[in-house]
Design a protein around this ligand. Structure first.
Ligand code: UFG
Length: 329
């Protein structure tokens, strides 16, 4: 079976390609390399450089390859940036997906698994968050992902294509091979930022607020290993191919850790004191985000393997200590 991975040179996309290839799939990657890295492309995947907003490009990939299903990661995904450049997010995330879907309809491609986000919920009504809970995004990134989900729903109704939307919580960690890991430029995510301290790239980590209504005052998040996320994409594709109906699944461990707990665990893993400084809250951060992933466990048979924070941070550190500049030379 041949899977087209859009955004397969990015963080979660590249890890999913590694898992697909390990599971015997034939993989084609399309990526514009705007935020992805050529070095993250698996050597056994066929790589096409281009942009999903370009209809000729995406048509040419479907014309040259016999694609059975699409896994779609190609999007901008920085919450803060989405608030200052909302139209960039509408253009890439929504317009890009519209062009992709037009091309998929024209080429009669039936299955798509799509990366969505906990940011579709906004401030949660209850913990843990269930898939049927209110979706009221508090940032433009989450809004575009929610709109993408709706675009799939209506396209499916009209054209018969089937989709699974996977709402990730906090993706983290790195591949066991040590070949690929998490890299953003500039770095924006908590765990890679913390690991820049023992790597000598920053003197301390900032804690964005310690006056939240949580056990130690810092924000609580549900950290889920990128390899577990990758497995869920494969299970979701298999579910669709077996005749499964359109569905949305949360992907998290169901356990929350505070920012302080993450820093403390990183100190233990790295053996470095990792100085931390309390700073003002970051705008738009909910106090607590924890997933119920019971639906993915029940329907997809998904079972996260990396369910403790020390193992997750160790896997991230295994990559970061050998790649202090990420994929940059
Ligand atoms: N944080 C700090 N200091 C930092 C960076 C982050 O204290 O230097 C805190 C944040 O305030 C937050 C937590 O660490 O409480 C995690 O922050 P990240 O930026 O790593 O992740 P977010 O929870 O903000 O965002 C993640 C994904 C988004 C997704 C969102 C869903 O990165 O793509 O979860 O809510 F949209």
């Amino acid at each position: 079976m041949t899977i087209l991975v859009l955004g397969g040179a990015g963080y979660i996309g590249s890890h999913t390609v590694y898992e697909l290839i390990d599971n015997g799939y034939d993989v084609v990657i399309a990526d514009n390399l705007e935020t992805g890295y050529k070095a993250a492309v698996h050597p056994k995947a066929r790589f096409y450089q281009g942009d999903i907003r370009n209809r000729d490009f995406i048509d040419s990939v479907f014309d040259q390859e016999k694609i059975d299903g699409v896994i779609h990661f190609a999007a901008n995904s920085l919450v803060g940036e989405s608030m200052t450049k909302p139209l960039k997010y509408y253009d890439n995330n929504l317009c890009g997906t519209k062009v992709l879907l037009e091309s998929m309809v024209a080429h009669d491609i039936k299955y798509i698994v799509f990366s969505s986000t906990a940011a579709t919920y906004g401030e949660p009504e209850r913990i843990p968050i269930m898939e049927e809970d209110r979706t009221y995004p508090t940032n433009c990134y989450g809004e575009t992902k929610l709109s993408m989900e709706k675009m799939f729903k209506w396209t499916s109704l009209a054209h018969g294509m089937k989709f699974v939307s996977l709402r990730y919580f906090n993706a983290c960690g790195a591949h066991k091979s040590g070949q690929i890991g998490e890299a953003h430029n500039p770095e924006s995510h908590l765990i890679p930022l913390i690991l820049q301290v023992p790597n000598g790239k920053r003197p301390e980590i900032s804690i964005f607020g310690d006056d939240y209504d949580t056990k130690d005052g810092t924000c609580i998040r549900d950290y889920i290993h990128v390899t577990d996320l990758s497995q869920a994409h494969i299970l979701a594709m298999e579910y669709l191919v077996k005749g499964g109906d359109n569905a949305i699944f949360n992907l998290g461990n169901g356990v929350g850790f505070t920012v302080n707990e993450v820093i403390e665990t990183a100190r233990k893993v790295t053996g470095h004191p990792i100085p931390a400084k309390v700073c003002p809250r970051r705008a738009g951060d909910p106090a607590q985000l924890i997933a119920s992933s019971q639906k993915a466990r029940d329907i997809l048979g998904w079972k996260p393997q990396y369910d403790d924070l020390e193992t997750i941070i160790s896997s991230a550190w295994n990559w970061h200590k050998n790649h202090p500049n990420g994929f940059d030379k």
